[in-house]
Ligand binder design. Sequence first.
Ligand SMILES: [Zn+2]
Length: 442
Amino acid sequence: MATNRRFFVGNLSLKVTKEDLARHFSLDTTPYLRSSSWIELAVERPGASQGFGFINVPEHLAGHLLQLNGTKLYDKIIRVEPAKNSVGGRSGRINIPSMMPSSFAAPIPQLANYGYAGYQNQNYRGRWNNRRRPQFPSSVVKIPEEKMLLLIDVGVNLPNKVFARDIRNVIEQAQTVGIQQMILTGNTLSMSQSAVLQAKAHPGVLYASVGVHPHFTTKEWSEKSAAEIGELAKDSAVVAIGEVGLDFHRNYSDEKAQIEAFTQQVEIACEVQKPLLAHERASHQKFIEVLSQFSGRLPPIVIHCFTGSVSEMSAYVAMGFYIGICGFICKDVPGKALRDALKEGVLPLDRILLESDAPYMIPNAPEKELDEVGKSLLKRCLPGRNEPCTLPIVAHTVAKCLGVDAEEVARVSGENARHVFDMKSPVPPSQPSPPPVAKNTE
Ligand SMILES: [Zn+2]
């Protein structure tokens, strides 16, 4: 069989179907095309696309496909470009149901479950669900160039359903204010798959972290999911294993199940030697105990979204761990201990990573602590939905506590992130990849 090429198709209408794409790209016209091409469409649920997908066609049709870049489908100018991993295969590492051409008329299989894999935090879900559909911000907030910090967000839950409708705009907003690269956290198997898919669609900008979060281990952790996370972990778009860990504060999963899933996922991280993006709440002792079983084999450890005590922080720093700081540090009362720890020098800058943890942990510092840029970024966020674009507020707060310039915090935390996660230097967002030279042999 001829080699296939894989193309990313973006800016699709949310009502687009695989049949529409097959028609638009004329892939349903001949038996040859029907048997040699296939389409993958990211969907929130059957009939509701996520606005992007992939098309696999025989190599000699690459030119034909690229000619349709910039054409209109349902009044949207669609984008067609070679996928990062553009040599197509029948099966990728991630398990994406492909629509084989013979089943063009069959019901559309669901891709990764973007929509309903969010946290089980009832308050959060309730607040979101009870609201009438929010008015998503459509324009992008710009900030003066001299105020821009170039940052890396090492933990953002973009596969969460609250971003399903406007993820493109959220990414664009983040890039516009200087967030150069983001690591998308998987918290369930389907969110991990989504994170990988998103990372592949935005190479060099988005990266994936895969794992099952302690909140979901009772429901999600099994031999099958362990094998799938283990397989995903090897993907080149995956730079970390996480969020994994222990949460004895909320105990949404029973402790035994949490410990078992965590232990097995540490084993995966050791095998693939990718850092652990760890969630630890009220479980410091047990957490250390689990890790100690792997001593000598552990990859770098990042304590994500640190909210613990000063003594726990010193213990982690002494063990060589990195600390992820999110909007928690900006919160007036709960964030005070963390700010004080930084002021006292417990956490050196070369161990700090910055993360938005969006849609959680909004950096809602008291008004008097915010500059005009910070205020405009917070104003951009929907009520209760943090966005990665607020990360500069976290950087400024860290800088204030350490008594250094925010630029210094941006530079060093960025270097830390690239070092820990083995990420390449970011490609400026304004530079699209050069147009591919495709042979059109038709
Ligand atoms: Zn977490």
